[in-house]
Design a protein around this ligand. Structure first.
Ligand SMILES: [Zn+2]
Length: 563
């Protein structure tokens, strides 16, 4: 009986623990909420750095510490120095003000990774700093949660050993672990601090505010808001991460994704895309210790260099707003120019997103996109060559069968060779297969048609064969044979058939083309999924708001904050 009661309590306790852990993890990460501080990888993977310097732009010196799992900065100490360098604990040679982990031909100094650890431990950075001040070249060191004072820097254990003898203080020669990070005054071998707390944690460096201004820090020619974290993953060079408020992150992104001289409502729409993208990819690169990287893999982010008052204004005016569908963050795909119609997500990529439906875009043509009309003629031999150059073991291509989506964008291209064998490329692959930088012939978007010069294969007459009709809703077409080509539009057109006028659903037809050459002509630039940036610009010029723009390109979404 007693035993049973114990088991019941045990189960209840376990249940509560599970409930509470669930509760707390929801609170901390906010499955519904937004992480306000995002972690952006600046140098990582194959691009880790032996050393990384910082310089105050706005700010007076730097604070040292570490970030906890809640992304809060935990203060340990600080320096008044305004130019500091973080480096792996290594023999680092100084040449021309920079640090090298291999000995260059000539160098002006070296930061040795061997030191003399003086006896005694201290209660804080401040206490260790005060004690260090009594010795030449001594510095506070935080090793695995313990405050020490170390003196000197030497390139070998033996040098540190003999230095230890001459100090005569009973210290010990040592070097820290492969996770240790050394901070110096930039261009010198004056060590300000060492941090070595094992593999799971990295040194955080945050600029000290000056007056009331938001600090800005120079790093490799770019100015950043927020703080920095330095990790030595598996003991390697420094992974550099920027811990930055999501609004400052978006301010950095917007002017790289869209010309900041564009109308403000378009910039606001871009800000919502960038913010939503960021918030919905928290933890994407967590194996490297951050959320998002700074390359095109995620969103190009190089601090605030390109931010202007206007682009910042677009971010501020929409602060905290996200694009949501069913209360969840949307995948905010966008592209430069749709050339007339965007596309259902599953017709380009794999995933069918309910809010990424193709829309016919009559706005975009009111601005100059630079890609509103492009056309390239390929000979059959060139097409054969392109396929072979891309690794397909085909014979001479003798025919091409394109299919189109209901929006009139390319869906697939089937190539047939003189042995009767076929190669079919669909969705995004269909838009790339004929792209050839060698031949300087390109397919820039999903919106193109392929035809033969004589028009053979054209099996649809629109009033007369040469007419192009922009609005299929007004279109009366005569289909011939069993084939009806897509006309674009929302999928319904009226055709005159043997049975009279009929509304029919266009699902894209196919006609096999066979000729000595093929004309590929299209419009737009990009993958046609989600928002067209030029379309956003056009809508803004016409007086539409960013909300109008977002809701036009993303079907059925809401705009709002997330709690
Ligand atoms: Zn990435």
């Amino acid at each position: 009986m007693k035993h049973k009661k114990f088991i019941t309590i045990f189960i209840l306790t376990a249940l509560l623990a599970v409930l509470f852990s669930g509760f707390f993890s929801t609170g901390a990460q906010g499955s519904e909420g937004v992480v306000q501080t995002v972690k952006i990888g600046l140098f990582f993977g194959d691009n880790t750095l032996p050393s990384a310097n910082l310089q105050n732009k706005i700010g007076s010196g730097f604070m040292f510490g570490f970030y906890d799992s809640g992304r809060n900065f935990n203060y340990l100490g600080e320096t008044e120095e305004t130019k500091i360098t973080m480096m792996k604990d290594w023999n680092m040679y100084i040449s021309g003000g920079a640090y090298y982990d291999k000995k260059p031909d000539s160098y002006s100094g070296v930061v040795g990774c061997y030191h003399v650890k003086l006896p005694g431990v201290y209660g804080s950075f401040q206490e260790a700093s005060q004690a260090a001040a009594a010795y030449e070249n001594a510095f506070p060191a935080y090793y695995n949660g313990v405050w020490n004072v170390c003196a000197g820097n030497y390139t070998s254990y033996d040098e540190a050993l003999s230095a230890n003898d001459s100090y005569g203080l009973g210290g010990e020669p040592m070097t820290a672990s492969e996770y240790c990070i050394t901070v110096t005054v930039t261009g010198t071998n004056k060590i300000l601090f060492e941090y070595d707390c094992g593999s799971g944690t990295g040194l955080a460096v945050v600029p000290k505010p000056e007056n009331e201004e938001k600090p800005e820090t120079w790093f490799k020619g770019f100015r950043y808001n927020g703080g920095f974290q330095y990790l030595r993953l598996t003991g390697k060079d420094l992974t550099v991460i920027n811990y930055v408020d999501i609004e400052d992150y978006v301010k950095g992104i917007v002017p790289y994704e869209m010309d900041p001289s564009w109308p403000i409502e378009a910039l606001k729409a871009q800000a919502l895309c960038a913010r939503t993208y960021g918030a919905s990819h928290i933890g994407l690169h967590k194996s490297y210790g951050f959320d998002l990287c700074n390359t095109v893999c995620c969103q190009v982010y190089q601090g605030q260099n390109r931010a202007t008052e206007i682009s910042n204004g677009a971010v501020d005016a929409t602060a905290g707003q996200y694009i949501l569908y069913d209360g969840q963050f949307c995948k905010t795909f966008f592209h430069s120019s749709d050339g007339g119609a965007t596309e259902d997500s599953e017709n380009v990529f794999h995933e069918a997103l309910p809010y990424i439906r193709g829309v016919r875009d009559d706005y975009e043509k009111t601005v100059n996109t630079g890609y509103s009309n492009w056309s390239f003629t390929y000979t059959a031999d060139e097409i054969t060559w392109i396929l072979q150059a891309k690794g397909y073991n085909c014979g001479n291509i003798v025919s091409i069968t394109p299919t189109y989506t209901a929006m009139g964008n390319i869906y697939s291209l089937k190539f047939t060779d003189d042995n009767g064998r076929n190669w079919t490329f669909s969705k995004y692959d269909a838009s790339c297969i004929l792209y050839s930088s060698t031949l300087k012939k390109y397919t820039y978007s999903m919106r193109f048609r392929i035809e033969t010069p004589g028009g053979s294969g054209t099996v649809l007459c629109i009033n007369n064969a040469n007419n192009t009709v922009e609005d299929p809703g007004t279109l009366y077409a005569i289909g011939s044979g069993e084939y009806i080509a897509s006309l674009g539009g929302t999928g319904e057109v009226t055709v005159l058939t043997g049975a009279g006028l009929e509304d029919i659903k266009i699902s894209g037809g196919s006609a096999t083309l066979s000729a000595d050459s093929y004309i590929v002509s299209g419009s737009g630039w990009g993958h046609n999924v989600g928002m067209s940036q030029y379309g956003a610009k056009a809508m803004a010029n016409l007086g539409y708001t960013y909300e109008d723009i977002i809701k036009f390109y993303y079907t059925g979404v809401t705009i709002g904050g997330v709690i």
